[in-house]
Design a protein around this ligand. Structure first.
Ligand SMILES: Nc1nc2c(ncn2[C@@H]2O[C@H](COP(=O)(O)OP(=O)(O)OP(=O)(O)O)[C@@H](O)[C@H]2O)c(=O)[nH]1
Length: 526
């Protein structure tokens, strides 16, 4: 399965899960099985896939969720009180995303050469993996960054290897060393490294001959080159279409030489995404670059998160996780909560929420996948229409502001704009006609917008009576938040999963410390 298909399969599996009304063990298992199948077909090693599935289940354990053991998920769920989102799906997506990122990130950065200080980098890999081409790409990349690279051809096995390197190096104006007559790769490697050290080159790249894991003699030769040149970094070059063999091959190299980083080549073709994951797992070294074509500059720094996003077929999933917080920015939550606690869900608040959703751009569409997020406002499969609808509502509300008609507040005698009033009754016929005229929309549209406002106001009215602390004191908020409030604002399915009112109460007891509760709102130190 090629990369794009893998992404498609995984996102389809997640989408199917999001279509389910209730996410129970079976729905979660079906989704994970689907993802597992897709990864296996993409040549991710079986063990890796199995571990990943177990880990995701641990993170998204629905039983745990009900019993309140899984704080992280609960934290996400409680955050959901800010907006009616069915959060567990985000949790599963995030877990899949994080698991893939974890596999690709072995936790230790690769060696980076320093300018002005001689470093030796040795390239190893299977025959035809693109090693020689990649050596030059790597040298050229660093040359552009101000390094002084040099190439040494220690591939005495393949006839024509030296010519190929010479040709590439000449094109890129990079000094090179090799021999048509010498057959000992160790000797050539040592001579080349010494020579370029004397010439003050700071990045000496040693290309070795391609080999297969069955070729014991060639592996021994590679080990000797490594011992003699003492490279600062051994780079394993792997063709992305190698398939299931990737793990074993990478491991065989790692067992002979201290592989410190991986470069995956031919990512431009019918690339299998799984190989990269397997190579990292086998070598416990990070992928640092990818080759995306035959040309010198078709070479990119490897970045885990965008790669996984691509793998999952979701433009920028990591960005989504960050942006999700924007729906109600953390620093604005106390203010917002204050207004809501007073039962003041105004058209202005609705306007600001719409603004946040639109700010999320196409990512906002992801919300429409999530059951619970205003089915009426964002029906599935009609994201574009929904966005247009939101924009239309906002235009109507703009017209309300511009008219600047004020309403006298019954109790405070303050003058409020239509946008700041939380009493839908004030929107009488003459006001509706005026707004419709002002924005050039039919009266029905204005009424439609006001219906949506009433619907949302009803959801938010459940927050009424919540004691809100002063701005910044989130822990006080958590102390004042009781299970009763929570039960009102959590979507019913979510409450059911937590174990109803009883489950919620015991959960809140367990999470009693203010530090934990602060975490629930994204505040405090984590
Ligand atoms: N499309 C594409 N082709 C690549 C890429 N990298 C290398 N190639 C091509 O792959 C083929 C093999 O590349 P080489 O650099 O000769 O491979 P090698 O690993 O040095 O080969 P041995 O010396 O036999 O081990 C060449 O035709 C390269 O042009 C890439 O990122 N994308």
């Amino acid at each position: 399965m090629v990369l794009a298909q893998l992404g498609g399969s995984i996102s389809r599996a997640l989408q199917q899960m999001s279509n389910a009304t209730i996410i129970d063990e079976k729905v979660l298992n079906d989704c994970l099985n689907e993802i597992t199948r897709a990864l296996l077909q993409s040549d991710v090693q079986f063990k890796l896939v199995r571990d990943m599935q177990t880990n995701i289940k641990k993170i998204v354990n629905l039983d745990d969720l009900a019993a309140g053991h899984n704080k992280r998920k609960i934290i996400q769920q409680v955050k959901a009180f800010s907006i009616p989102i069915y959060w567990p799906i985000v949790g599963v997506c995030e877990a899949v995303f994080n698991e893939l990122c974890t596999i690709l990130d072995p936790g230790k950065p690769a060696f980076t050469p320093k300018k002005g200080k001689p470093s030796v980098v040795m390239f190893v890999g299977l025959q035809g993996s693109g090693k020689t081409t990649t050596c030059t790409k790597y040298a050229y990349y660093h040359q552009k960054k101000g390094y002084k690279p040099a190439l040494v051809c220690a591939d005495t096995f393949r006839a024509g290897a030296f010519d190929q390197l010479k040709q590439n190096a000449t094109k890129a104006k990079i000094p090179f060393y090799g021999s048509y007559t010498e057959s000992d790769p160790v000797r050539i490697a040592v001579e080349g490294v010494e020579r370029f050290k004397k010439e003050n080159c700071d990045l000496i790249i040693v290309d070795t001959s391609g080999r297969h894991k069955q070729e014991a003699a060639l592996f021994e030769e590679m080990r000797q080159v490594s011992e003699a040149t003492k490279p600062d970094l051994v780079l394993f070059v792997m063709d992305s279409s190698i398939g299931q063999a990737a793990f074993d091959q990478a491991q065989a190299f790692k067992q002979s030489v201290p592989v410190g980083a991986v470069i995956v080549t031919k990512m431009d073709g019918h690339a299998k995404g799984g190989g990269a994951l397997s190579a990292v797992a086998a070598t416990k070294s990070p992928v640092i670059f990818i080759g995306t074509g035959e040309h010198m500059d078709e070479f990119e720094i490897f970045d885990v998160k965008p790669f996984v996003s691509r793998l999952l077929g979701m433009g920028d999933w990591s960005g989504f996780m960050d942006k999700i917080q924007e729906v109600v920015p953390m620093d604005q939550q106390p203010e917002l909560l204050q207004k809501l606690s007073e039962g003041n869900f105004t058209l202005r608040i609705m306007y600001e929420q719409f603004q946040s959703i639109l700010k999320m751009g196409p990512i906002g569409q992801v919300f429409s996948m999530l059951p619970g997020f205003s089915q009426e406002l964002m029906p599935k499969g009609q994201e574009k229409e929904s966005q247009t609808k939101i924009k239309r509502y906002m235009t109507m509300m703009d017209s309300m502001t511009n008219e600047g008609k004020f309403i006298l507040h019954k109790l405070t005698q303050n003058l409020l704009t239509e946008l700041d009033s939380s009493n839908p009754k004030i929107m009488n016929e003459s006001r509706i006609i005026r707004i419709a005229r002002g924005c050039g929309r039919p009266i029905m549209d204005v009424m439609d917008m006001l219906e949506e406002y009433k619907r949302l106001a009803k959801v938010w009215s459940k927050m009424k009576g919540l004691k809100i602390p002063k701005k910044g004191d989130m822990s006080a908020l958590s102390r004042n938040m009781n299970a009763q409030h929570m039960s009102k604002v959590l979507p019913p399915q979510m409450l059911k999963q937590i174990g109803g009112m009883g489950g919620l109460q015991s959960l809140m007891k367990q999470m009693g410390s203010s530090k934990d509760m602060m975490g629930m709102f994204g505040g405090g130190d984590k």
